[in-house]
Design a protein around this ligand. Sequence first.
Ligand code: DCP
Ligand code: MG
Length: 356
Amino acid sequence: MTTVRKIIHVDMDAFYASVEQRDFPEYRGKPLTVGGSRQRGVVATASYEARKFGVYSAMPSVTAYRKCPHIIFVKPRFDVYRSVSKQIREIFLRYTDLVEPLSLDEAYLDVTENKKQISFATEIAREIKRKIRSELSLTASTGVSYNKFLAKIASDYNKPDGFFLIHPNHAEKFIEKLPIEKFFGIGKVTASKMKERGIFTGADLKQQELSDLINWFGKVGSYYYKIAHGEDDREVQPDRERKSISTENTFDHDLTRRSEILTELHKIGSELYQRMEKYSMFGRTLTMKVKFSDFHQITRSKSIHHCIRNKETLLSLMEDVFLDLDFSGKGIRLLGLGISNLDKPQTECIQLTLDF
Ligand code: DCP
Ligand code: MG
């Protein structure tokens, strides 16, 4: 018999913004965004006070300013977020070594077996929330279930300062009611494709044949099939280290004009840069992926000596790669951009020098 796993997903509330409000009391209780300025850039995160005005992550900061003229724009302090992230991880490690960070502010924990012999995962989840509050003066939301997919959905359910359990006995009902865009891994584009096919909820998704889902969505179709049935056997991988970070987009119609291609590349590049900031990961190599209408695919890369740490550098390197490409008039169905040769976070560099 296989034992049912106990998985916790922890996600910090308005992470960067909460750290700023913690460290600068004058920001507390106020609408605030981190990232971007009044004139330019995008919002990395918004405090919950700012969200009341309709300000959210990835929104251009000029829009945020229009929605909330007294909003405070704060510059990100990545080193601080990184060190808080490390402190959170240290709390997790008191319970289990099976900790898989997804970004600076969220992680999966497998507590089926745990260092404190606590049999209820819910108890551990509540304890972790308490410790994050008392030791770091921050709040987190936790989700508990028997797989990663459900634990992640659960942590989002009662945000902020939330706690939610999806018990194995209730999972089926829960998934059936879930709107399709709430499924982790189903983005806006996929969600609208699903809706075109009459799939609006988990219950609708569950009725689809595996072969249809694979036909429509490719390989991930089988993942959708499984999660609709409450199955997700992905393990919590403690030492998974990201080697690259990328974004891509498949178009409704094939692109042929160079100006159109460049416009799309700029959008993808901006999104990629947002993700680099989100995960605080910067690298030296940019790779462009192009899939043509006949499904033929090419990739082209360019590296620079230092780390790409601002959007302008990223976009100008992207244009260099673009100029070297020969599209030979073929239509393009997909464009992607990725960053690799990642810079090690500063803390690791310090540790290395101490070794000597
Ligand atoms: N982030 C970013 N750009 C984005 C999204 C997020 O730079 N487009 C950064 C800032 C966030 C952190 O990553 O603080 C964590 O992302 P989350 O999506 O978990 O957002 P928050 O923690 O800010 O808010 P929530 O309370 O909804 O989790
Ligand atoms: Mg968060």
